[in-house]
Design a protein. Structure first.
Lengths: 347, 313, 310
């Protein structure tokens, strides 16, 4: 657990030892995460696969409890273990498996290589340190910079994320900022060391609608500028539409559908996605009743046999209660884990 | 998740419409806490210890038939042994076991009555201040500050030294004085706790609604304020009980509490310190009992706190 | 900030007046003769009694007595006791010793208490955690005069007083105070350890700690800087609030180790039924207690930027 800060300080600003091959940054393969609690084992993630390339934005969509945040935390390596256990799978960053990497080596990837923005910036920032200090800490601890240089860099970053009067506010504390400004500070901290992968876990959920749009466009801008791979985790279909390239829809710890944004919106290939889209209020259907998905997400300690979605699915047949559908290609660039994907897609 | 919110939730279940609050609470905070407590071995250990000490205080004859005031000078300083007096004898030839058993009474009396008095004074003043607010609150709060500014032991020393005891002062009078001084300087903590509990509950909709419906202040206090505030007050009072026992012994040690012909742990320890070199057993047993009594109340308070604090689950 | 300090100081005035009134009332207006017991078993001579009552305005109506006393206190005159010692002068001589004792006790509280609390909190549920929890409970439940006497015997007397002098030795004042300060702080060390542990455990679950790990900080930095800094805020408050208990404990400790501090003076005053000394000493102690509380509140504002004193 202890590391010698002295040796790290002598480190020169490093060029990364990680090189993506063909722009491939991240490969998640058959990832499983369980939570072992007093009441039993909750299977939070049950075999998730996806890739992430440079400059690509992958949106992971799902209700709470679908496993989307746990996926993000597993990639970041910030799950509390125990109670979390990772019984299987690989998370390869530039070809190296993060899960089997020595902890000290993995720690050094957090920040310079992979970085994360959290949902609630107020509780995610340390209340007793000035924001500039918290951003500058990245430079001091990873790059060995001194106090004044690192603070100067912090001011520049705060300017980059469009915080007004950054120079004056660098010494202010998190509670002295508005919600949107705090999230900008989180983002500044996350991009400080130019990471290749940025994970944003519901970055706008806690914010006002107008501010949401600003934060999303800032993220998009930064991503294009730095060609980062961006993983955007959200439960809000509206947020992802403009930003994401690909969307993975998660349900009960599995990806149930994966597609390009445009295709998925136009023609969902999984009943769950279809249900989600139908539950969005639309102006052209004013006066009609909204179609909400009936029922509740499954208890992760007792995931239904067969397809986890079957109790809530209007397409469900006997096969759905017996056999778990695999995530299969149903059309070019379209994958769905449904026995009746064809019917859903064309129905 | 927070303590306040859970307590607030339980208050809502407590405010069953029209009915008597005490009935029909299938999963109130109190019964939840009780189920939690039952599982906690520390709770049972402290309860058993406390029961033993209380029994010792009430009927010491159950534990020993030896007269604590019977001195056998020839056997003075006798070491503890299984066939003689279990805990040995002190410099004056008293049976230490008998004296330790009989000594429980002073500590338990002081602890119990000082706690009850602070509870009554503190709760009453805290509720009045919090509930009525305005100038009443201002006066009571300043009064609380004033008494809070005098540390307990300092107040005790002062009080006991201006009303000195001598060897002829009856036992119960001395115990009564200690109770009075602990009550005088111990209530502000409870009052502050009570006041903030009231202020926390008062703005809630169900209290406002009860007021609007014309419920009397007493009824609102009884059915809404007290159930909420009781948990922290009980925890603090239980721990204080241990503190009061220690203060009583300290006053005896300083020579201004109970004095020699009286049998108490504080007096026994004070006497024993003189001969710590030759008769360490004189010190050991009363200290052990005193510490166990204090410990039992602190552990009980801790256990109750854990049971009421959902964060610890 | 300045406004806050001034407001707090102003608020302190009624509290101080009230507290001294209670003290004064208890000593001089209770039934009974304040000179009783002053002159040993034979009783005081009528001349002495008359002089005493005259000097302390005891024949004035009570509010006037108090007003006169308070007037003197404001001018820094705490009165003269029956041995013709100036209480103010005595306290001035003794205060530095008690202050050293209290500061050393607080240092023990802070250093040992926080280290033990951190060790326990970081290894929650493990052996060291249970060890700290049990041993602190034991220390809390043993009264300070027992701990003091036992340690005095085993670390002082038995070791010949070389390392820890048995009683106060004015030739080596600081060394003489180490053991007494540890004894005085013992219960608070235990409380600080428990409080640090509880708060640390809570802060280890906080979102900002997750951020600290996600920033790629070492575990020791995340805990030692980010979590600890937050965990210590209530600990500082406790140390301040506990200061009153420390002053009370100092009387006991100074008595055991025969330290010529304020506590010893107070104790002698009690034993000789010397009301003037007792009132003066307690008044000063209460004043110090209130000032320390103010200081702690200000410090709280510095430690926790969310608290505003404007």
């Amino acid at each position: 657990m202890t590391t010698d800060t002295q040796t790290r300080k002598s480190e020169t600003p490093a060029t990364s030892q990680y090189k993506p091959v063909d722009g491939l940054l991240l490969e998640v393969e058959d990832l499983r995460v369980e939570f072992h609690t007093e009441d039993g084992v909750a299977k939070a993630i049950n075999g998730v696969n996806f890739d992430l390339h440079e400059g690509e934005t992958l949106a992971i969509l799902g209700e709470s409890g679908s496993g989307k945040s746990v996926t993000a935390q597993a990639i970041m390596g910030i799950l509390d273990m125990p109670p979390a256990v990772i019984p299987g799978g690989q998370i390869r960053y530039c070809g190296q498996d993060l899960l089997t990497m020595p902890e000290e080596q993995r720690r050094k990837t957090r920040g310079p290589e992979i970085s994360m923005v959290f949902q609630d910036a107020l509780s995610s920032l340390n209340p007793v340190f000035p924001v500039g200090w918290q951003i500058a800490e990245m430079f001091r601890k990873h790059r060995g910079m001194n106090k004044s240089d690192s603070l100067e860099r912090a001011v520049k970053l705060m300017q980059r994320v469009q915080i007004p009067a950054a120079k004056e506010r660098v010494k202010a504390y998190p509670h002295q900022f508005s919600g949107g400004m705090r999230q900008r500070i989180m983002i500044a901290m996350a991009i400080a060391l130019d990471p290749a992968v940025l994970i944003a876990d519901e970055p706008t959920t806690a914010l006002d609608v107008t501010v949401q749009a600003q934060i999303m466009s800032l993220l998009q801008e930064l991503q294009e500028e730095r060609q980062m791979g961006l993983i955007l985790i959200t439960h809000d279909l509206g947020v992802v539409a403009d930003v994401a390239d690909k969307i993975a829809v998660m349900y009960a710890g599995r990806i149930v559908e994966r597609a390009d944004v445009f295709d998925l919106y136009r023609q969902p290939a999984h009943p769950y996605t279809k249900g989600l889209l139908e539950s969005i209020p639309r102006l052209d259907q004013k006066g009609q009743q909204l179609a909400a998905i009936g029922g509740l997400p499954p208890n992760l300690m007792r995931i239904p046999a067969g397809c986890a979605f079957n109790p809530r699915c209007r397409y469900a047949q006997d096969i759905c209660r017996e056999e778990r559908p695999e995530l299969l290609t149903v059309a070019p660039g379209r994958e769905s884990a449904c026995h009746f994907a064809e019917e859903v897609l064309h129905g | 998740m927070t303590e306040a919110s859970t307590i607030a939730v339980s208050a809502e279940t407590g405010a069953a419409p029209g009915g008597d609050v005490q009935q029909d609470k299938p999963r109130s905070l109190a019964s939840d806490a009780w189920r939690q407590l039952k599982k906690n071995p520390i709770f049972w250990v402290s309860v058993i210890l406390i029961a033993l000490f209380v029994l010792m205080a009430v009927v010491p004859q159950l534990f020993t038939s030896t007269d604590p005031n019977e001195a056998i000078l020839q056997q003075a300083r006798e070491r503890p042994s299984l066939d003689g007096p279990w805990f040995g004898r002190d410099i004056q030839g008293y049976d230490i076991y008998a004296r330790t058993i009989h000594g429980a009474r002073a500590s338990i009396l002081v602890g119990v009555f000082a706690t009850l008095s602070t509870l009554i004074i503190g709760t009453a003043l805290g509720i009045i201040a919090g509930f009525y607010g305005g100038w009443i609150d201002a006066i009571v709060s300043r009064l609380t500050d004033i008494f809070f500014a005098i540390p307990l032991l300092l107040g005790g020393i002062l009080f006991m030294s201006v009303m000195p005891n001598d060897q002829n002062t009856p036992y119960l009078v001395v115990v009564g004085k200690v109770v009075v001084v602990l009550a005088i300087f111990g209530w502000p903590g409870i009052a502050r706790l009570m006041r903030s509990s009231v202020l926390q509950v008062k703005p809630n909709d169900y209290v406002q609604a009860a007021r609007a419906l014309g419920a009397s202040p007493w009824r609102i206090i009884r059915s809404h304020v007290l159930p909420n505030a009781m948990a922290p007050v009980i925890v603090v009072s239980t721990i204080n009980l241990g503190v009061y026992i220690a203060v009583e012994a300290t006053l005896s040690f300083l020579g201004i509490g109970l004095t020699p012909p009286a049998v108490s742990w504080g007096v026994a320890i004070s006497d024993a310190l003189v001969g710590i070199r030759t008769t360490p057993h004189m010190l050991l047993f009363p200290s052990l009992f005193l510490s166990l009594a204090v410990l039992a109340f602190i552990m009980l308070g801790d256990a109750i706190r854990d049971a009421f604090d959902p964060k610890s689950r | 900030m300045y406004k806050y300090v001034i407001r707090r100081l102003l608020q302190m005035i009624p509290v101080l007046i009230g507290a001294t009134f209670i003290i004064f009332y208890m000593v001089f207006s209770m039934p009974g003769d304040p000179t009783a017991g002053m002159c040993g078993d034979r009783g005081c001579s009528p001349a002495f009694v008359a002089q005493f009552r005259e000097e302390h305005n005891l024949d004035d109506p009570f509010p006037l007595q108090y007003a006169k006393y308070l007037g003197n206190v404001v001018q820094g005159d705490l009165g003269t006791n029956f041995r013709n010692q100036s209480v103010g002068f005595e306290l001035e001589q003794r205060y530095p010793i008690t202050a050293k004792l209290a500061l050393m006790a607080i240092a023990f509280e802070a250093v040992i208490g926080i280290i033990a609390g951190v060790l326990a909190g970081v290894r929650k549920g493990k052996f060291i955690d249970n060890l700290v929890l049990v041993s602190t409970l034991v220390v809390i439940s043993i009264p300070v005069f027992v701990i003091g006497s036992v340690l005095q015997y085993y670390l002082g007397v038995k070791m010949g007083g070389q390392i820890f002098p048995v009683t106060y030795d004015s030739a080596r004042p600081l060394q003489s105070l180490i053991l007494p300060a540890f004894v005085l702080g013992s219960a608070s060390i235990a409380y600080v350890a428990r409080l640090t542990r509880t708060n640390l455990v809570e802060n280890l679950r906080a979102d900002y700690l997750r951020t600290a790990i996600a920033k790629g900080l070492t575990r020791s930095r995340a805990i030692g800087v980010h979590a600890l800094r937050n965990s210590l805020i209530p600990v500082v408050t406790f140390i301040g609030a506990d200061f009153g208990g420390l002053l009370g404990g100092a009387i006991v400790t100074e008595r055991i180790f025969n330290i010529p501090g304020v506590g010893g003076f107070l104790f002698t005053g009690i034993r000789n039924h010397d009301g003037v000394s007792v009132v003066g000493t307690v008044t000063v102690l209460v004043l110090v207690f209130l000032l320390v509380n103010l200081l702690v509140d200000l410090l709280y504002g510095v430690l926790d930027p969310r608290i505003s004193h404007d």
